[in-house]
Write a protein that binds this ligand. Structure first.
Ligand code: ADP
Ligand code: MG
Length: 308
């Protein structure tokens, strides 16, 4: 399965309105602000990769795109229609135009693979069982699974096979927008590349727009037309934009921004010290002098007991 060169069939993309517009988006959970003032237009046919360290808000951003998380500021619009103005029925209909591949594949454990993939077709179409079986067969072929998996349960499949079955289900309704959340996490490098190739194949479907959340640089470099990198808000000043990078994979490699370089080169920097400090420990593993609380059980000494 050769990786086909992207972009050729997308000559008209610029003149079309964005498929998805994220405008001044903010999300807060209680006192924790997770996303702040995110604006982003997604063109038809584009594959956007969202990079960023764990906890910076990537999954939350994906969930606002499908209306699973309601923003506390700003808005998301799909083909010019604001999600915040849709009722539950309209949102449910909208989601039939989306395919999502969530972390851990999220298959129904008690269903066979065939029933898992058929699920959206049974829910949202009036196709006959015969037609459904035919589509399910084509989908497993498309993701490179043998048809013998159809009668198996998810638990009988390897991680990579489950991810592919999850992708087949996501494609069942022929979505316009496919969202992937960490599609290669937990896979070995070869299976990671199989998934990368499948993401490339999916983007060759006419007019499919994709958003791929990942921290895998091989995936980012291979599938992206465009990459954005989010940064955790607590590491930013109030006036600094949360999207710290927006460009092509080649631009990313040329970036001089230390936050970008640290991520793509996978350097810990001072993070270990920070993590230990969060636990009230110094780098030597002893409690810090200023800390009164977070001492773990096995670190507790006699004179530290009953201080609260
Ligand atoms: N439903 C929720 N309620 C409260 N906090 C949440 C919720 N969803 C996510 N968060 C918090 O938002 C932050 C970003 O989460 P997430 O988007 O999952 O990060 P990641 O970039 O790793 O995908 C985390 O601190 C997480 O705990
Ligand atoms: Mg996540």
């Amino acid at each position: 399965m050769p990786a086909t060169a992207p972009a050729t069939s997308r000559a008209n993309a610029e003149s079309d309105p964005p498929v998805l517009r994220v405008d001044g988006l903010g999300v807060r959970f209680g006192s924790q602000q997770v996303l702040r003032d995110i604006s982003l237009d997604l063109d038809a046919g584009q594959t956007l990769v969202v990079l960023g360290e764990s906890g910076c808000g990537k999954t939350v951003l994906l969930k606002t795109m499908i209306g699973l998380v309601r923003p506390t500021a700003g808005d998301v619009a799909f083909e010019g229609r604001s999600l915040s103005r849709m009722n539950d029925r309209q949102l449910a209909h909208l989601r039939t135009k989306y395919g999502f591949v969530f972390q851990g594949a999220a298959l129904f454990d008690s269903y066979t693979i065939a029933d898992n993939i058929a699920f959206p077709l049974r829910e949202h179409t009036r196709l006959s069982e015969h037609e459904i079986a035919e589509i399910v067969g084509t989908l497993v072929d498309e993701v490179g699974l043998p048809r013998t998996v159809l009668l198996k349960k998810p638990v009988q499949l390897s991680g990579g096979m489950r991810k592919r079955a999850g992708l087949a289900r996501a494609l069942a309704l022929d979505p316009q927008l496919v969202l992937y959340d960490e599609p290669t996490t937990g896979l070995d490098p070869i299976m990671t590349d199989v998934i990368n190739e499948l993401i490339l194949r999916v983007r060759e479907r006419p007019r499919v727009t994709s958003v791929v959340v990942t921290h895998d640089m091989s995936t980012a470099r291979k599938v992206a037309d465009r990459i954005i990198m989010l940064y955790p808000l607590f590491r930013l000043r109030p006036d600094e934009p949360q999207i710290v990078f927006d460009g092509t994979p080649a631009d990313l490699d040329r970036s001089r921004d230390p936050r970008v370089r640290q991520f793509i080169e996978g350097r810990a920097g001072n993070r270990l010290t920070e993590l230990l400090e969060e636990q009230g420990l110094t780098e030597r593993g002893r409690p810090t002098a200023t800390d009164g609380g977070a001492v773990t059980d096995d670190e507790t000494t006699d004179d530290e007991e009953e201080t609260t």
